[in-house]
Write a new protein. Structure first.
Length: 233
């Protein structure tokens, strides 16, 4: 039992190390002053504990708002995420992580999904809307024609909302499963610690030397005549 507890404890510590490694590049209370513009509000941010809390009430709004903000094709997503965290009382590091999810490697597929979704929504709401294609619009912009840029951006902005909310649902489910698994893992660690402690105590009690019984003097007989009468001499 003690060996199983030590193995489980090493796995628990390894999980903590991995979690710290994942959180290290994200905005945190210790390094929030290093980010442009946000450093102006660093002191105010440090005084608001919900910005750094991983309780469900602060994690859930961060997942949904961060997923939507991360898909918006605008600069300053982190600043917008900070404002959303203050408004929604959400976890700021998670919002920052989702804002960083939009990078040169993921930008094309994510924005394309937002465009297709927004385009279909526009033509579902207004069937007579002007036809505009992403490929044709991008090709025209390479030749200096930005007449279709507004339509493309409108479709991307509109599509970012349902796509981001759908991504938020997936992230929410994954987070709930992860929280449940972590709780089960920690409860098992507590049970193993208690069992290992009991095993140690039992082993110590079993190996302790047996002390011989201490002889006890028999009590004086109250009915003895010497006890009833004092010595006459």
């Amino acid at each position: 039992m003690k060996r199983e507890f030590e193995t489980h404890l090493r796995a628990y510590r390894l999980r903590l190390q991995r979690l710290r490694r994942l959180l290290k590049p994200l905005p945190r209370r210790a390094n929030v002053g290093k980010y442009p513009v946000i450093r102006w509000f660093a002191e105010a941010a440090r005084k608001r504990p919900w910005l750094w809390s991983f309780k469900p009430a602060h994690v859930v709004p961060a997942l949904y708002s961060g997923a939507v903000i991360g898909l918006l094709p605008i600069p300053g997503q982190l600043l917008l995420g900070f404002a959303a965290a203050l408004l929604l009382r959400a976890n700021f590091p998670l919002i920052g992580a989702l804002c960083f999810a939009t990078n040169p490697l993921t930008m094309v597929p994510l924005f394309t999904a937002c465009y297709v979704t927004g385009y279909n929504i526009i033509h579902w709401i207004s069937p007579g809307a002007k036809e505009f294609r992403l490929g044709e619009g991008l090709q025209a912009m390479t030749h200096g024609d930005f007449s279709g840029a507004g339509d493309i951006l409108a479709a991307v902005f509109l599509g970012a909302i349902p796509v981001g909310l759908a991504a938020g649902v997936v992230l929410h489910l994954l987070w709930r499963f992860g929280a449940w698994e972590a709780r089960v893992f920690k409860d098992k660690l507590v049970r193993l610690r208690a069992a290992a402690h009991r095993q140690t105590e039992d082993s110590a009690a079993a190996s302790a030397p047996v002390q011989p019984p201490v002889p006890v003097a028999p009590p004086a007989d109250a009915s003895s005549p010497r006890a009833d009468k004092p010595d006459s001499r």
